[in-house]
Design a protein around this ligand. Structure first.
Ligand code: AVJ
Length: 314
């Protein structure tokens, strides 16, 4: 990362931390979970026995590749929002007929390299056109897309990390970016048994706990905070009313933490809400999409109905 990018990132982290820790209840935006160590721990989470979403979505994308490719048709320009390592795009591009190009979009240029080089190696000859942009806002697509039919790709149930109103706003902007007549292939995790959900976000090996607590380590390193990591523990709880799994860091005792020249007091048992992962009901998802101008054209799921992959038409 360049010096200025790093400095502005740190300033943004500090500002978010000061406002989140001043709020009641205390909260921190989940995007800060992903520093290099956080990204490594998330990758480890995706391979845990309790964390079903990744392997289930991959099973849907591979097992139902034919039907998905058939529904999408030939020649699609695939625009992926937040591609990660590009593994799911590789599966999709292998299934599709004659995709026109691959456009990975991310705000952090260094995060685009992995996906771009993976796809370039896996599909020689396929144009890879990375775009550096904040995909929660409308952005311009490369001119080279021409008139190729556009297919947005947003796997992983990343949509679940948005509040419902933000999810609608994201889908509306994605439709503006992709244009009328475009499609979107989107992964959405489904509502299920509370025990299954809570275990997926609080695994026996403690990897998700380490992922959550790493946020405090990051604040100590990048925002000059003095969190005692032994003074907090990770908790995952299913919020029945809002149909989301919440991750919290629970203060184990009354304590004070310094950050940004201020002091923040924690009562025993007080929490910092670090992430929400919303889950969806198949019968209700089409209405959410419709509120953003999309029509749900098809849905694929696994035999246990753990996860859903949707094709939206705009
Ligand atoms: C970012 C949506 C893929 O909410 O399931 C995994 C992040 N957090 N375990 C999710 C996460 C804790 C994840 N996604």
């Amino acid at each position: 990362m360049s010096g200025t990018t790093e400095a502005s990132q740190r300033a943004a982290l500090l500002a978010d931390a000061v406002s989140g820790l001043s709020a009641s209840p205390k909260t921190l935006p989940c995007k800060w979970l992903y520093d290099a160590e956080g990204a490594r721990l998330f990758e480890e989470i995706t391979r845990l026995p309790e964390y079903y979403p990744t392997r289930t979505e991959v099973a849907i994308l591979t097992g139902q590749a034919e039907a998905i490719a058939e529904a999408i048709g030939p020649g699609a320009a695939v625009v992926e929002f937040g591609p990660g390592d590009g593994a799911k795009a590789e599966l999709l591009l292998a299934a599709l007929r004659a995709p026109a190009c691959y456009v990975p979009v991310d705000i952090a240029p260094e995060w685009l390299e992995g996906a771009a080089s993976r796809i370039a190696a896996a599909r020689p000859g396929l144009p890879v056109l990375p775009v550096v942009a904040d995909f929660t806002q409308p952005f311009a697509l490369p001119r080279r897309l021409g008139t190729a039919p556009r297919l947005g790709f947003f796997p992983g149930s990343t949509i679940g990390n948005f509040e419902p109103a933000e999810a609608t706003a994201f889908l509306r902007r994605a439709r503006e970016t992709l244009g009328a007549g475009s499609r979107m292939l989107l992964g959405a995790d489904l509502v299920k048994d509370r025990a299954v959900l809570e275990a997926a976000y609080d695994d026996a090996a403690g990897v998700t706990a380490a992922f959550d607590l790493n946020l405090l380590r990051r604040l100590n390193r990048e925002a000059g905070a003095d969190f005692d990591l032994a003074g907090f523990r990770h908790r995952a709880v299913w919020n029945t009313e809002r149909e989301r799994v919440e991750m919290h860091l629970v203060s184990l005792r009354p304590q004070r933490v310094r950050l940004g020249g201020r002091e923040f007091a924690f009562a025993e048992g007080e929490t910092i809400h670090t992430e929400s992962s919303h889950k969806y009901r198949p019968e209700r998802f089409p209405a959410l999409a419709a509120a953003a101008g999309w029509r749900a054209a098809a849905m694929w799921t696994d035999p246990a109905r753990l996860f859903s992959v949707w094709l939206l038409e705009g």
